[in-house]
Design a protein around this ligand. Structure first.
Ligand code: DOR
Ligand code: ZN
Length: 374
């Protein structure tokens, strides 16, 4: 490592949405160039809640990543080496039998189960209103050691009325998470995309390698709600959980700077077609995979803790899922560049990435760039 280049083990994305069909074929490349493996979110339509569906989805991803023009421009990074690690959606249909089959890996290995609170975000209509009702499934996950990935927000109250979206994570931390951990003391849990001081307080107190971990996105590290409303509403930053206050963001930065072993990178890259982002009802989701690794590096550089980057990106994530870090590497160089084009699907649909020169916050410059890899 110099102050101009850094080489780390190939990163692991603990949280990635790739979608299906033409969108998948257009976006998977950006994840596969940057990350050697990724935990694939199951909130597709229909949701993934059987091993057969997971297998079919896995094959679709593998076919996409091996179809690209082999290597990233001027590097030796081969997208075909990307390994998708599949998950189940905690739907009402998911049963202990499914957990057992997923854990065995006979048809398709399932690495985790993702819980979406009903109504809180994209395709969350299949989720539980109250996760504690999923008793038998949670018990079986505890038995077989399958991790639970939490979208940790309270969205609806007991009368089915929406709570304030800025308070959803805070309420989940105060009320739901302690009860869940109490009831299932051996369950492996990851609190995804942390965004609030309350979540950070809870994790700094209770986080433990192999037991209770957390993931952090590039956008929650870089932005707060001042930017989300700067000069008008910024659709590319609209996501769940919402980006919060400057203080919340500063707490997140201070936390990653500590290099805690239970904190890892989960980009939550979540592509939506232009028609759904620039619409009267803007879809939740930040599409960041074309810039995610570069932004994490930039943030750690600005914090003066590039020595903590490899743990966060490449070691802590796989360890939680019982995997070794990869031996292959990626090298980034400190060099300015901009995202000037949208990603375009084979049907001509545009997907705009975070930091796009015109549709991001305006003329954003990224300070790190991928140079090479193995
Ligand atoms: O912003 C988000 N987008 N948050 C989520 O939880 C889901 C994701 C998506 O699938 O678009
Ligand atoms: Zn997500």
């Amino acid at each position: 490592m110099t102050n101009k280049t850094i080489t780390i083990k190939r990163p692991f994305d603990s949280h990635v949405h790739l979608r299906r069909g033409a969108v998948l074929r257009a976006v998977a490349k950006y994840t596969a160039e940057r990350f050697g493996r990724g935990i694939i979110m199951p909130n597709t339509e229909p949701p993934i809640d059987t091993v057969e569906q997971a297998l079919e989805y896995r094959k679709e991803i593998l076919s996409a990543v091996s179809s690209y023009a082999s290597v990233l421009q001027n590097t030796s990074i081969d997208t075909a080496k990307f390994e998708p690690l599949m998950t189940f959606y905690l739907t009402k249909k998911l049963s202990p039998k499914d957990i057992e089959k997923g854990a065995s890996g006979d048809v398709c290995k399932i690495y985790a189960v993702k819980s979406y609170p009903y109504g809180a975000t994209t395709n969350s209509q299949w989720g539980y209103r109250n996760i504690l009702e999923a008793k038998d499934v949670l018990r079986e996950m505890e038995n077989v050691g399958m991790p639970l990935l939490l979208h940790g927000e309270v969205h609806l109250n007991a009368n089915d009325e929406e709570e304030d979206p800025y308070d959803g994570e805070k309420m989940f931390i105060a009320d739901v998470l302690p009860r869940l951990l109490d009831k299932y003391p051996k369950l492996k849990v990851s609190l995804e995309h942390m965004s609030s001081a309350e979540a950070i307080d809870f994790m700094e107190k209770n986080g433990a390698v192999d037991k209770l971990v957390t993931t952090v996105t590039p956008h929650h590290l870089m932005y707060d709600r001042r930017q989300a409303f700067s000069g008008g509403y910024r659709a590319l930053l609209h996501c769940k959980p919402l980006v919060k206050t400057r203080e919340d963001k500063e707490r997140l930065l201070a936390m990653v700077k500590k290099g805690l072993p239970f904190v890892s990178a989960g980009t939550d890259t979540a592509p939506h077609p232009e028609s759904k982002k620039f619409s009267s009802c803007c879809a939740f989701g930040v599409f960041n995979s074309p810039v995610a690794l570069e932004l994490y590096t930039q943030v750690f550089d600005e914090l003066g803790c590039l020595d903590k980057l490899e743990g966060f990106l490449s070691v802590n994530g796989p360890r939680f899922f019982g995997l070794e870090p990869l031996t292959a590497t990626i090298t980034l160089v400190k060099e300015d560049w901009q995202v000037t084009e949208p990603v375009v699907t084979e049907e001509g649909v545009k997907i705009w990435s975070l930091c796009h020169k015109d549709h991001g916050l305006g003329n954003e410059v990224i300070h790190w760039k991928i140079k090479s890899g193995s």
